[in-house]
Write a protein that binds this ligand. Structure first.
Ligand SMILES: [Zn+2]
Length: 457
């Protein structure tokens, strides 16, 4: 621009000089001529110096050329590369480097995408981008032939926080009401798993019960890709409001805790099979359907078609895997010094489950059936506390993974931050709050700022 101004100055000076030389021309004509000449110079300059700017705009309009190929079943690396004109030698070199530099050996149909980039249409390919999964891509540099440098690029997750609230509609389930509230299905299933320890989604659901969920959404380049963790959940259950908050301990392990910082995940599930209907309750006395006379029903019966997988209600050791006339095929698990659970009438046992096997919560231990004294396929489930049969639906179950005093204090400030986030998003749902905004706890932040000031002095 400075250069342009100088040129205009020089050219204008030249015109003025030649105007002065027109000594014998009438004064008015001289003025008119000079003004016209100056205007002409300015006009020429405008045309000359605007040209490169226009070209720059044209280049933005014509970006690099992309050929995107989605991997379909039956595709191979060599098939895809040869359609783009790569020689067999090149294909071998690229495939070798993909394995060496990016640990990429197999294509996955429906997930992987190739993007062949050319500086301009018709020019040789300068770069291949392989998108393999939402958070990875591999770039292959084709400009320096024969090197085929591969670079694995991890796409940074931009994790934002979403808040949704809803209410159980009349005659509706939690699942449908949560869908209506706009909660993604994956998050609903996570909430199911979290609350299954606290409530029974078949029997404890009533119209008008309110719930809310605070959860993570992962974005890449301003586009939502998937969901992350549930951060907080609240449900107005029959037994009172259930609240859970996610907290990552100093050792890196995460867990869910109630508003007082007690472990929210119980050691046993009241209903091992999600959403199964109770066909017979626990009772001190009942008429036995097969024996005909009245005797105690020491467990709860859940309707379960033959072959329904039965998960362990909690982690523990298998102490019986056997058959008797009443229970048919049954498994008994000892969870701790206090609790045991028993699962009866199984059609078969799960592979690898025998006396002494350690099982984790949710691990399949067998399949429902109608063996023993049974009128139809169901799961008979018992909880035994200190050797006494208790009602699985009402027994007070212990919380596991409690926090020590120091962690409890940290949890409380985390809980306050999550609650604050809920109230911000409640009044302004479109506000973007990132998980990274929450990491520094206010108290800790002001302390570290103090430390920084000290350091500078
Ligand atoms: Zn039973």
């Amino acid at each position: 621009m400075k250069k342009a101004k100088n040129i205009i100055k020089k050219m204008t000076a030249g015109v003025v000089k030649s105007c002065k030389e027109l000594g014998n021309v009438h004064v008015l004509s001289r003025v008119v001529l000079c003004v016209a000449a100056v205007m002409a110079v300015v006009a020429i300059c405008v045309v000359i110096f605007n040209k490169p700017a226009r070209q720059a705009v044209m280049e933005v309009v014509n970006p690099e050329h992309h050929t995107v190929i989605e991997v379909k079943s039956g595709d191979s690396l060599s098939k895809i590369l040869s359609t783009q004109g790569f020689s067999i030698n090149d294909i071998n070199a690229i495939s070798k480097n993909l394995k060496k530099d990016a640990d990429f050996t197999t294509l996955r149909a429906g997930r992987d995408k190739f993007d062949f980039v050319r500086p301009k249409e018709g020019e040789p390919i300068s770069k291949i981008i392989i998108e393999n999964g939402p958070w990875n891509r591999i770039e292959i540099d084709c400009e320096t032939k024969d090197t085929w440098q591969c670079q694995k690029i991890e796409i940074e997750r931009d994790t934002r926080i979403a808040y949704k609230e809803g209410e159980i509609a009349k005659g509706s389930s939690f699942y449908l009401s949560a869908m209506d509230a706009g909660i993604p299905e994956g998050i609903i299933l996570d909430v199911y798993d979290l609350l299954a320890f606290e409530m029974d989604f078949e029997r404890d659901i009533r119209a008008g019960q309110k719930f809310h969920v605070l959860y993570e959404e992962n974005y890449a380049f301003d586009k939502k890709v998937d969901n992350g963790h549930v951060l907080a959940v609240s449900f107005d259950a029959l037994r009172g409001n259930v609240q859970m908050y996610r907290y990552v301990k100093e050792n890196g392990h995460s867990g869910y805790y109630d508003a007082n910082g007690n472990g929210a995940i119980k050691s046993l599930k009241r209903t091992p099979i999600n959403n199964a209907k109770i066909t017979s309750k626990f009772s001190g006395r009942r008429k036995h359907p097969v024996l005909g006379f009245t005797r105690a029903h020491k467990g709860v019966d859940f309707r379960a078609p033959t072959g329904t997988p039965i998960p362990a209600a909690g982690a523990g050791r298998v102490i019986a895997r056997s058959f008797n006339r009443g229970h048919g095929n049954f498994v008994k698990i000892r969870h701790n010094g206090t609790f045991e659970t028993l699962y009866a009438h199984m059609s078969k046992f799960a592979k690898g489950v025998s006396v002494g096997t350690m099982v984790r919560q949710g691990q399949i231990i067998g399949y429902s059936g109608s063996t023993g004294l049974s009128t139809g396929p169901h799961l008979h489930y018992e909880i035994i506390k200190n050797g006494v049969h208790v009602n699985p639906m009402t027994v007070k179950l212990p919380a596991i993974d409690n926090l020590d005093a120091k962690e409890k204090t940290l949890f409380m400030s985390r809980k306050n931050i999550l609650e604050e986030t809920i109230s911000i998003l409640k009044s302004n749902p479109n506000q973007i709050i990132r998980v990274s905004d929450l990491i520094e706890q206010p108290e800790l932040k002001s302390e570290s700022q103090k430390d920084n000031k000290k350091g500078k002095k």
